[in-house]
Design a protein around this ligand. Structure first.
Ligand code: GTP
Ligand code: MG
Length: 181
């Protein structure tokens, strides 16, 4: 018979990389060019169906605020998360460094077995690209060397919240990686 599973998901990353925009694209299929910076955190839910395993998944999504002053709140949200999206903006090397910091923190503090996705947003701004696939690949190789093969499980995808390209793929990939009993 049909099964139902519910998972907690958290978005982390520097302010303005587009965390809220990704969530709004996924949950409401809308995009706002003038989105306001998140205060504290926002909570949204969305369900997806996985017909091949006859399962519906409900994502309980915590969209955290990237501004530095909210940094100390993050552990409250990732502490009991099943999956974390560490988001950077492909036009900002600094935001990619920040996403790596989040992965480091998750490795140390997050629950064992948390599904981690490294997400490069604003893929529509190819002309301003600062973070190349090669940069990401060499980072993922270093990560693998540090923590063993399990780092190979880090999902890496690019998307554009603006065009919508790649957004569903991220949540589908996370769903595939989650433990369904
Ligand atoms: P905080 O809430 O401060 O942590 O920021 P955030 O990561 O939630 O960023 P937000 O979604 O508010 O987006 C910041 C700005 O980037 C907004 O003006 C968005 O319109 C813009 N933006 C978000 N995603 C994209 C994208 O895929 N492409 C382009 N071109 N702009 C984007
Ligand atoms: Mg936000």
């Amino acid at each position: 018979e049909p099964r139902f599973a519910s998972f907690k998901l958290v978005l982390l990353g520097e302010s303005a990389v587009g965390k809220s925009s990704i969530v709004h694209r996924f949950v409401k299929n809308t995009f706002d060019d003038m989105r306001e910076s998140t205060i504290g955190a926002a909570f949204l839910t969305q369900t997806i169906s996985l017909p091949e395993v006859n399962t519906t998944i409900k994502f309980e999504i915590w969209d955290t605020a990237g501004q530095e002053r909210y940094k100390s709140l993050a552990p409250m949200y990732y502490r009991n998360a099943n999956a974390a999206l560490c988001v950077y903006d492909i036009t900002s090397k600094a935001s990619f460094a920040k996403a790596q910091d989040w992965i480091k923190e998750l490795n140390r503090q997050a629950p064992e077995g948390i599904v981690v996705a490294l997400v490069g947003n604003k893929a529509d701004l190819v002309d301003e690209r600062q973070v190349d696939e090669a940069d990401v690949e060499s980072y993922l190789q270093d990560l693998r060397a540090q923590r063993g093969e399990s780092a190979g499980d880090v999902i890496h995808l690019e998307c554009s919240a603006k065009s919508g390209d790649g957004v569903l793929d991220i949540f589908n990939s996370i769903a595939q990686a989650l433990p369904l009993e």
